[in-house]
Design a protein around this ligand. Sequence first.
Ligand code: SF4
Ligand code: SF4
Length: 90
Amino acid sequence: MALMITDECINCDVCEPECPNEAISMGEDHYRIDPDRCTECVGHFDEPQCVQVCPVECIPVNPDRVESRETLMEKYLRLQRSGQAPVSGT
Ligand code: SF4
Ligand code: SF4
């Protein structure tokens, strides 16, 4: 699944630079996650990096984007191929 940021976000700016897929950006009122770019960190890390650093735990899974690990890996590979994501260092 892709993850999402709820309106409990306090705009602390911590998660945005941690995302290996550049999926996090500032929205109208708070940060948001582009579900087309979020792989739940599959392909880069074992755990979602944004969830690890968020101080208010406002990043649940997006119920509208139920995706298997295989689908997330395909998304990761697609982002890599398109040159729209930095190459993984791991
Ligand atoms: Fe980015 Fe990973 Fe968070 Fe998805 S789970 S938004 S890929 S840091
Ligand atoms: Fe919002 Fe959490 Fe990201 Fe901070 S780390 S900007 S509170 S989602």
